[in-house]
Design a protein around this ligand. Structure first.
Ligand SMILES: C[S@@+](CC[C@H](N)C(=O)[O-])C[C@H]1O[C@@H](n2cnc3c(N)ncnc32)[C@H](O)[C@@H]1O
Length: 298
């Protein structure tokens, strides 16, 4: 999960080693890495091999796949995923959510309905907290209602940061005016870090989930944000995932996709309103078993 520039470029791994790593990563996560990423992969793997005292990529890959090696499998995934994110990224999505979607969802939750939002590749948590901030602005009593946010990612190290909810003060400057006062812990800014307040933290459940694997929950979501992750998958993997996500959007709900992502045309056509990565379903779309409310923890 290292997005930092490398200080001294390590030697490139061989094309065969690169192909072995790429194949392993694809099978484990669905991520496709092209040959132009050989330097990046070499740098990130060099750190793992050095930390473990393993002399070759071949030996590392063989060892990695042995039963009982789940911890290193997580470290491998974490090393090769890109977690770049920030607060209020593509702020027009949050404006759309606040203006067009959340007022109805707040009313529905107040009327006793189950409401679920999902940040589907949440990385270090900023996107999920952005959802929580807007949700609390629209519905300050959300914690007392059946309104929850699920936030998932495949990278367990990123999820640790997300769960802690503490960020460098400098990373919070993108938040709209007034957010720090309302949603961050005042007085908790030791070592230049600021922690998200308890109320937004309480709305979110963070879970490890491979988007290309089984999903251990049923039913629909009122909002899904799945942004800047399908760009790492090949076309077939992307198409399968968009189909699965679109099937999970409940009537009146919205699917948000990243600025360089696009739903395949037949899937996009299901959504009546489409603007700048926001795809909305009308509220009166015919009920479908797949549109039941999501059965997600807690
Ligand atoms: C560039 S970040 C995007 C974060 C956030 N959605 C945003 O737009 O700012 C991509 C995230 O996707 C996650 N990811 C990659 N492959 C995944 C998979 N198969 N299942 C779940 N998450 C995955 C990575 O771990 C990473 O945290």
């Amino acid at each position: 999960m290292n997005d930092q520039p490398q200080s001294a470029a390590p030697p490139l791994i061989s094309p065969d080693d690169f192909a072995m790593v790429a194949d392993l990563l694809k099978r484990m996560t669905g991520i496709h890495i092209g040959g132009n990423k050989r330097a990046m992969v070499s740098g990130r793997l060099a750190k793992r091999l050095k930390a473990l005292g393993i002399g070759s990529v071949d030996a590392y890959c063989t060892w990695l796949q042995q039963p009982g090696n789940a911890t290193e499998q997580d470290a491998f995934i974490s090393a090769l995923t890109t977690n770049m994110t920030r607060f209020n990224r593509e702020d027009h999505h949050f404006t759309h959510l606040a203006d067009r979607i959340l007022p109805n969802l707040a009313a529905a939750a107040r009327a006793g309905r189950r409401v679920r939002l999902w940040s589907a590749a949440c990385s270090t948590g900023e996107e999920a907290y952005d959802l929580a901030f807007r949700t609390l602005d629209a519905c300050p009593e959300a914690a007392r209602l059946d309104l929850r946010i699920l936030a998932t990612d495949i990278d367990k190290a990123a999820l640790e940061i997300a769960r802690a909810g503490a960020y460098p003060a400098s990373s919070l400057t993108d938040l709209p005016a007034g957010y720090a006062e309302r949603h961050l812990d005042r007085g908790a800014g030791r070592n230049g870090m600021v922690r998200v307040a308890q109320a937004p933290r309480d709305l979110i459940t963070f879970r490890c989930l491979n988007l290309n694997g089984e999903w251990p929950f049923h039913g629909g979501f009122d909002v899904i944000m799945c942004r800047n992750v399908t760009i790492y998958f090949d076309d077939d993997t992307q198409a399968r995932l968009w189909q699965r996500l679109a099937d999970r959007i409940a009537p009146g709900g919205a699917l948000y996709v990243g600025h360089s992502e696009m739903l395949p045309e037949p899937i996009a056509r299901r959504f009546t309103q489409q603007e700048r990565g926001a795809f909305c379903l009308p509220r009166d779309v015919s009920p479908d078993p797949a549109h039941r409310r999501a059965d997600v923890p807690p």
